[in-house]
Design a protein around this ligand. Structure first.
Ligand code: FPP
Length: 238
């Protein structure tokens, strides 16, 4: 364990200062390949790491967690792999996501929902509705792209006849009222943002690790959060 939420003052920000953490969960395929297993196996292990990490973030007092589970570009993957991720996602509706909702997380799905079938959409809406009064938030980015998020928000503003201001656009994004991420963690060794939270990440601290996502443990979250605590955030000031 690294930092615990201040038990005396539960509303006080955690000592580490991370209110919103976001993860680019990369490296599932390589993790599986190293073991001579199909990529789908890596995603299944990745889903276990997702559960472990989200739970731990709650333990250490982080109020908002966002995970990049499927991008608007991931449809280009082989059909079998896309199918396997969709299958996992569907299973998680009645498993991990449901458990998290019951444990006090507000589940929100961010991204373009136009490619999901009616049953899945219905489950997604139900989960969001059932957990809407919970305080801590889990954003699951599924069929998400940062450019699509911005374009979608612009279209919302235009259709509502609202001014194109930063404030209005921020609220029209899929992340709506969420504070911007303080820290974005990317596993798997690549150092890029891959169309994730483009608008919202303007002042986020970025943390890259070679750890492959299925290997991600509590101590790796600690390391990212400790690094964040050492950074000097100036938000364009001095
Ligand atoms: C990137 O690794 C990972 C994905 C595109 C899918 C992420 C999915 C999960 C972690 C599991 C499902 C999660 C939920 C919430 C149900 P990669 O396949 O690009 O790995 P590679 O870079 O090693 O090929």
């Amino acid at each position: 364990m690294f930092f615990r939420q201040n038990e005396k003052f539960p509303d006080q920000k955690s000592e580490h200062g991370v209110r919103h953490i976001a993860f680019i969960m990369d490296g599932n395929g390589r993790w599986a390949k190293k073991r001579g297993m199909p990529r789908e196996f890596g995603h299944r292990e990745g889903a276990k790491a997702f559960q472990r990490v989200v739970e731990y973030c709650g333990d250490i007092g982080i109020e908002y967690v966002t995970v990049y589970a499927f991008s608007t570009e991931n449809w280009k993957r082989p059909e079998n792999e896309v199918k396997a991720i969709m299958q996992l996602f569907t299973e998680y509706m009645s498993e991990a996501f449901r458990v998290f909702a019951e444990k006090g997380l507000r589940i929100r799905f961010i991204g373009d929902r136009s490619r999901f079938d009616a049953d899945l959409l219905c489950e997604m809406n139900r989960l969001e509705q059932d957990s809407k009064d919970n305080k801590k938030v889990l954003n699951v980015a599924f069929n998400y792209g940062g450019r699509e998020d911005i374009l979608h928000a612009v279209k919302v503003l235009a259709s509502e006849g609202k001014d194109f201001t930063e404030e209005n656009l921020t609220v029209a994004l899929y992340t709506e009222q969420c504070p911007e991420p303080d820290l974005i963690v990317r596993t798997g060794g690549e150092m890029r943002i891959s169309n994730f939270l483009l608008w919202q990440s303007a002042y986020a601290e970025l943390y890259f690790t070679d750890t492959l996502w299925p290997d991600m443990q509590e101590k790796d979250v600690d390391a990212a959060v400790a690094e964040f605590a050492r950074r000097n955030r100036r938000f364009g000031g001095v």
